[in-house]
Design a binder for this molecule. Sequence first.
Ligand code: B12
Ligand code: SF4
Length: 589
Amino acid sequence: MPMRSDLLLVHVPSVFDFRERLTLYGPISDVIPSTPVFEMYPIGFATMSHYLDRLGFKVRILNLAVKMLRDRDFDPESYLKKFKPALFGLDLHWLTHIHGVVEAARLLKRLHPEIPIVLGGLTASYFHREILESYPEIDYVIRGDCAEEPVAKLLSTIRWGGDPGNVPNLSYRRGEGIVEGAIELVPDSLDDFPLNYRHMIRQVHHHRDLTSYSPFRKWLFYPITAVLTCKGCIHDCVTCGGSLSAMKRVVNRHRIAFKDPKILAGEVSSIINYLRGPIFFVGDCLQGGPEHFQEMMKALRPLRIKNEIMMEFFSPPGKEVLKEIASTFEHFNLEISPESHDEEVRKAFGRPFDNRSLEGFIEDARSVGCRRMDLFFMTGLPRQDCRSVLGTVDYCRSLMREFGSGIRLVPFVSPLAPFVDPGSDVFEEPGKYGYRLRFRTLEEHRQAMLALTWVDMLNYETRWMDRETIAVATYESAIGLSLLKSEHGQLSRRESEAVVARARAEMEFMTSCRTEGAASPDGEERTTASMKRYMRRNRGASVCRKEELNMPVNPFRLHLFNLARLLLTGREDSFDQRPASLDPGRQTG
Ligand code: B12
Ligand code: SF4
């Protein structure tokens, strides 16, 4: 029996046939929960699913990447054959997924030639024209960072007929030509698109398929959830595809979209009633100004949240803000990305705060009872050379020495990899920022994802570091940080030695790939054989231990009684009501 729904939202691995390939992905996904095939689907899958559900459409999420990771014998072709939705939706949110998305679209078109395929997400929004010109399997691209309403209109058009020209933000083929949809629908508020975990739980139960809804491979062991505080950013970090300038270029967003704090609190309550895992607040909560922040804390405080909380700041907040956080959450952790210890490098990247304010932030956080602060540093920045990267390790040493008692300071270093983001200032004008871009088109990036090592995937080099130097600087600084973490008891000696050994092995391996692979006729074969051996022995993160990212998790991960009640009683929350703005007849644009 074919499985019918209106929309099947499919998230694919970045490289579709990754299980047949041997690739040294290195540290490209070390500081996020995903593996190097980036199995996490966009948060927007959940908001679209809930929005469409309230309109009466049937939506199913399928995380093909997680299924392929968890079961070597899982066959995507025979699995996808079973589905017969009205529309397939694939996310091309991250540029990294271009290979997987094109291969999946080809497979779906072969299996179901009559079913149209739509792409969406930031990367699809930017490359919409090239997608429709180069990949005939793809029928539509919905542009913009809020696709809920356009996708509902597209589904109605497919189901009941109509002119796709009336679907806002839609690019598509008409005859021989391409209609480029202008991005006219750019909501200022996210209130109509809540992230309702109750809906997700019901979907898992309805489809009896937890793997498809898992955001990443090991989610059951580390059931972290996220709430999105806003879309857009007030900052302008030069390589970021979500910066103020990039969002204007890519999705026509000129102002940040916020969410009513009460709705945000509703989202959090849809988590804490069922799950005990950590909650990550995506986006700096101060971006809406101090009053909006206070409203948020006021709405969250009565929930008496016991889950571990992670909040991120894009620049150091004042002590009053930290006190508010401390009075709202029982267990809170903070993170900030200084990117470099060198203030000049940080400024050139687009984060103009100085080390004094960073250190003041750490001190204040410690004094209000913050448990842990993660510090994210990056390699491949403007004005940054190898010496500067190693200087970051020295700076971390001095920070840990000065503030290490009373707060757990956890520094990470990772490369800007694999790509400078499309639509970012550097992508648009690389020379101005001291960068040289190796690839520009989607097709070039698709090929790059098939490279043997992560260094060959990089779409850039800088005036200060070529790709090999970026790799060496990354590995050397990671070695420095793991030794430091071992000195401070964050890693055992064995754990730290394993990180160091792996970083050294990868450096050596890449050198041998370059010399042997290119020079001798059988070099490539020998490289592949030694790589096979290496890859079999080494799995997981390459410049840190993945577990270093984790906050403590309550061993009883679920509130079983509440879950059972939810599943037995069905609908029960205010999010399920259909907001007035969901009137499908409403004019858009
Ligand atoms: C939060 C976040 C994350 C979270 C993940 C959150 C998640 N699951 O969505 C974490 C920290 C894990 C993460 C990781 C990564 N991220 Co990130 N991330 C962000 C951040 C800060 C906010 C994202 C956001 O606001 N999303 C909300 C909006 C934009 O999307 P959405 O609601 O999920 O989806 C809507 C639309 O995009 C669209 N849509 C999306 N998919 C689809 C599919 C269809 C069919 C349709 C119709 C529509 C559609 O409709 C949705 C509903 O309205 C942005 C920076 C920024 N300021 O935007 C970077 C950003 C998106 N990330 C980026 C990158 C590069 C990555 C990584 C590849 C980095 C790395 N090497 O590790 C990984 C990939 C992770 C993976 N897939 O496994 C780049 C992407 C640039 C690009 N165009 O490729 C950004 C722009 C900036 C950056 N460099 O960090 N990220
Ligand atoms: S990297 Fe910079 S511009 Fe991008 S989302 Fe973070 S703070 Fe904003």
